[in-house]
Design a protein around this ligand. Structure first.
Ligand SMILES: Cc1cc2nc3c(=O)[nH]c(=O)nc-3n(C[C@H](O)[C@H](O)[C@H](O)COP(=O)(O)OP(=O)(O)OC[C@H]3O[C@@H](n4cnc5c(N)ncnc54)[C@H](O)[C@@H]3O)c2cc1C
Length: 492
C-alpha cells in the first residue's frame, strides 16, 4: 500500500526499548474515525485492551455533537445536555459517578412525550398572556389520549403512516378530542415538544416506531458541569489527530487504509467508523470497495433530524423560576420554548431550542437575525426583557461535520435498518449514535455503540491472530504499559 504514514511508526516514535517494540508490533492496530462520544469510547476500549489505536477527527476539537462552551463563564452545552435515564443501568453512570459530575433532574418520568414535569414550565400565548396552568394540564392529558388512540390506527394499518397522519385520523374519529382557540395552541405546543424529541416534524416520524424505544428509567437530568468532562476522561492518553478529515476508506487483504484530506494515509488491521449518519448520507467519504447496496439502503432509510440552540446570557434574571418558558401558537412550527439554565446552574442563561424544519429555516438567517427573532419571542412573554450580553447560535444541520443533530425513525423505515447499519464489512466496523442497539439519538446510546464496535473489532482481530489463549496479550500489555507511561507524559 502506498501511504505517506505508517501506523506503528507513528504510535511508538521509536522510543520504546527494542524487545518491547517487537512485541508491540505484534499488537493489532485500529483506526477510529470520528472523535465524538462513540469514537472516544471505542478508542478507550481498545486502548485499555492494549491495542494500538489512533483516532482521526475532522474538527479542531473532540466531542462532536457534544460541545460544552465555556465562553459565558459557565458551561453551556450546545449539543447534548441531558442524560436520558438517570439510573445505574445507564452505561454512562459509572463515568459520571467516578468524575463526581452533578445532574439536575428536570423530570422523573421516562416518557418521550414530555422530558420534564408539567408543573415545571410556564406557557404564554402570542400576546404575552400566561396560559392558565389548569388548561396546560388538561390539554396535556388530551394529547396523551390522542397518542394512545394512534396506537389503534397503527394496529389497523400494515403500511407505515406518519405520526401526524395518525393524529389527524384520531381527531376525525373522535372530534371531542379536538381543541379550539388557546387550547388548540397548547396542543400544538405539546406536538412541538414531541417533534423536538425526534428533531423532526410529525409528518416525517414513523407511526410504527416512534414509541418503541426502550427509554431508561430515572427520568432526564441536565449535566450541570456539561458533558465535556466525560469526553476528556475517555480521551485521556489516546493518540488523537485533530483536523484530520477522512475522505477515503479502502479495505481488503486484512488491512484498512484510511486517507485524510491532505492525502496522508493511515494503515491498520481494522477501522471503526463513527462519523454522523448525515455525513454518510452526503457521501463525503469514498469507500473502496463500494458499500454494498443493503448498507447504502440502510443509510438512506434512517432519518436525520435537526435541532439548534440559541444560548443567551443576560446581566440579570427577569424571568420566573421555572425550568421551561414556552410560547404557544396556532401550529407546532410557530411554537417555541426556552430552557432556563438559571434554575439548574444559577447562571442568568436562557437556551432557546428549535427542531425540525424550523431549525433548518433558522440556519438560513445570520446569527444576529436569529438572535433578533429569538428576542422577539422572549419579548412577547416579557416586554421589559433586556438585551443579551452574549449569545451563541448553533448550526448543526449545515455544519459539514454533522449535517444534522441525531437520527430518528423515518416513515416507512424497514425494521432491520439498525442491524444493517451496525453490521461490519470485513475489518471495517460501524459505531455512532445511529447504530445503537436501543437508544439511537442519545449520548449513552452512542457511547454503547462505540464500545460494542470496539469489542467486536477486538474479537475479530484476536481470532485472526489465532487462539486467544496462545496470544500473551496480558504480559505484553503489562510491559508496554509500564514502558509507555513516560512516553505519554512526554507528549503532554
Ligand atoms: C442540539 C443537540 C441536542 C442534543 N441533545 C441530547 C441530549 O440532551 N441528550 C442526549 O443523550 N443526546 C442528545 N443529542 C444527541 C447526542 O449529542 C448524539 O447522539 C451523540 O453525541 C452522538 O455521538 P457520536 O459519537 O455518534 O457522533 P458525533 O458526536 O457527531 O461524533 C462524530 C465525529 O465525527 C467527526 N467527523 C465527521 N466527519 C468526519 C470525517 N470525514 N473524518 C473524521 N471525522 C469526522 C465529527 O466532527 C464528530 O466529532 C443532542 C444532539 C444535538 C445536536
Amino acid at each position: 500500500m502506498d501511504s505517506k504514514e505508517l501506523f506503528s511508526n507513528n504510535l511508538l516514535d521509536g522510543k520504546i526499548v527494542p524487545h518491547v517494540q517487537r512485541e508491540q508490533d505484534l499488537l493489532p492496530s485500529v483506526i477510529v474515525i470520528g472523535g465524538g462520544i462513540s469514537g472516544v469510547a471505542a478508542a478507550r476500549t481498545l486502548y485499555d485492551a492494549s491495542f494500538k489505536v489512533i483516532l482521526l477527527e475532522s474538527r479542531d476539537r473532540l466531542g462532536g455533537r457534544i460541545h460544552t462552551d465555556y465562553s459565558f463563564g459557565c458551561p453551556v452545552d450546545l449539543g447534548a445536555s441531558w442524560l436520558h435515564g438517570v439510573c445505574n443501568e445507564n452505561p454512562l453512570a459509572p463515568l459520571i459517578r467516578g468524575l463526581g459530575l452533578t445532574l439536575y433532574r428536570t423530570s422523573g418520568d421516562n416518557s418521550v412525550l414530555y422530558d420534564h414535569d408539567l408543573e415545571s414550565y410556564t406557557l404564554y400565548d402570542m400576546d404575552g398572556h400566561q396560559v392558565p396552568q389548569q388548561m396546560v394540564i388538561e390539554v396535556g392529558e388530551t394529547f396523551k389520549r390522542i397518542l394512545e388512540e394512534t396506537g389503534k390506527v397503527r394496529d389497523e394499518h400494515t403500511d407505515d403512516l406518519s405520526v401526524l397522519q395518525a393524529i389527524s385520523i384520531v381527531l376525525d374519529r373522535l372530534p371531542e378530542l379536538r381543541q379550539e382557540g388557546l387550547a388548540h395552541e397548547v396542543l400544538q405546543w405539546y406536538l412541538c415538544r414531541l417533534e423536538a424529541w425526534f428533531a423532526a416534524d410529525a409528518d416525517m416520524i414513523s407511526l410504527q416506531s416512534w414509541d418503541q424505544e426502550h427509554v431508561l428509567s430515572g427520568g432526564h437530568g441536565l449535566m450541570v458541569q456539561g458533558y465535556d468532562p466525560i469526553i476528556k476522561a475517555l480521551a485521556k492518553d489516546i493518540d488523537i489527530r485533530l483536523n484530520h478529515r477522512v475522505t477515503k476508506i479502502s479495505s481488503g487483504c486484512n488491512k484498512v487504509m484510511v486517507t485524510v484530506e491532505d492525502g496522508t494515509s493511515f494503515v491498520a488491521d481494522a477501522a471503526i467508523l463513527t462519523v454522523p449518519l448525515g455525513i454518510l448520507k452526503a457521501k463525503f467519504i469514498e469507500f473502496e470497495p463500494k458499500l454494498p447496496d443493503w448498507k447504502v439502503a440502510a443509510i438512506s432509510d434512517l432519518g436525520v433530524g435537526n435541532e439548534n440552540k440559541i444560548a443567551l446570557r443576560f446581566d440579570k434574571v427577569f424571568w420566573p423560576n421555572v425550568e421551561f418558558l414556552g410560547v404557544v401558537a396556532p401550529n407546532s412550527y410557530a411554537c417555541g420554548y426556552f430552557l432556563n439554565l438559571h434554575k439548574a446552574t444559577g447562571h442568568p442563561v436562557l437556551v432557546y431550542m428549535a427542531a425540525g424544519r424550523f431549525a433548518y429555516d433558522l440556519e438560513k438567517l445570520s446569527n444576529e437575525s436569529t438572535v433578533d427573532f429569538v428576542m422577539s419571542q422572549l419579548k412577547k412573554m416579557f416586554p421589559d426583557a433586556t438585551e443579551p450580553v452574549q449569545y451563541l447560535v448553533t448550526r448543526w444541520g449545515t455544519d459539514p461535520n454533522s449535517l444534522g443533530s441525531y437520527s430518528y425513525d423515518l416513515v416507512g423505515m424497514p425494521e432491520d435498518v439498525y442491524e444493517r447499519l451496525r453490521a461490519p464489512l470485513g475489518n471495517l466496523f460501524f459505531g455512532g449514535e445511529a447504530v445503537s442497539l436501543e437508544n439511537q439519538g442519545s449520548v449513552h446510546g452512542a457511547y454503547s455503540a462505540g464500545v460494542m464496535a470496539a469489542e467486536n473489532c477486538q474479537k475479530l482481530l484476536l481470532k485472526k491472530l489465532g487462539d486467544i489463549e496462545m496470544f500473551p496479550l496480558g504480559s505484553i500489555r503489562d510491559e508496554i504499559l509500564k514502558d509507555s507511561v513516560p512516553l505519554q507524559i512526554s507528549r503532554m
